[in-house]
Design a protein. Structure first.
Length: 247
């Protein structure tokens, strides 16, 4: 069973979206392949990005069927919400959910294509005093002030471009995000932990962010670096445990 929800602005793509589960493996231009797969299509002169999420484990399939929205549905709904909030993101076109024996099996998310550079690709320009650095940190403050906590706040998921009125940003990969009115100081700092594990750049970003918020800079940097250290140790432990299990 296939369920397709299409943005009212893209109803002419209804049939294309419905065909995606059948044709995804055989056509489209591959953009990314790891845990998830991303492909690019051209339909009636419009470039469409299609992201296929990996098949979840059984307990997640039950979860996405009965308890909470799938990643594909969240990606679609969150993108619509971000645009309403004035935070740029590729326009959501549709989401597709495939069920098997009554349980969710796989999801697809369709959006418009963007050619913006990511901050990771532009990291050489990301240093204190540069226009890009200053605009980026102010954008972090703006997102948090609007109640948006990006679920994967790394430099690859923040795109940017210059316009006549200055530097603008666009967010992608938002399905794990959270929306909260007036997030706390700790929630904001926890969200910044995922920006980068480069201690120097992290310190620069958090220091300027704290300065803009009127918070104590050294205290905020120490908090973030302790959180990164804890995360890295936990991650290394899990990697070591998995290697032992496979021997």
């Amino acid at each position: 069973m296939i369920s397709v929800v299409v943005n009212p602005s893209f109803q002419h793509l209804q049939e294309f979206a419905r065909q995606i589960p059948e044709r995804f493996d055989t056509d489209g231009t591959l953009l990314y392949r790891k845990r998830n797969v991303v492909k690019l299509y051209e339909v009636d002169g419009l470039q469409v990005v299609v992201k296929r999420y990996k098949v979840p484990m059984f307990h997640q399939r039950v979860d996405y069927t009965f308890i909470r929205p799938s990643k594909a549905k969240r990606a679609y709904l969150f993108a619509l919400r971000l645009q309403e909030m004035g935070i740029e993101t590729p326009t959501p076109i549709a989401y597709i959910e495939v069920k098997q024996l009554g349980l969710f099996r796989q999801g697809y998310f369709l959006s418009t294509y963007t050619t913006r550079l990511s901050l990771k690709e532009s990291i050489g320009q990301l240093h204190p005093g540069s226009p890009l650095f200053e605009a980026y940190v102010r954008f972090l403050v703006e997102m948090h002030d609007k109640g948006f906590l990006h679920g994967d706040q790394n430099l690859s998921n923040i795109l940017w471009y210059e316009a006549a009125d200055g530097i603008h940003f666009e967010v992608i990969d938002v399905n794990r995000s959270h929306f909260k009115i007036s997030p706390t100081k700790q929630e904001c700092l926890d969200n910044l932990m995922r920006v980068t594990h480069d201690r120097r750049l992290s310190a620069d970003v958090v220091s300027r962010y704290a300065e803009l918020r009127g918070w104590q800079k050294d205290e905020c940097v120490a908090y973030i670096h302790a959180a990164i250290e804890k995360y890295e140790k936990r991650h290394e432990f899990h990697k070591h445990f998995k290697r032992r299990k496979t021997k």
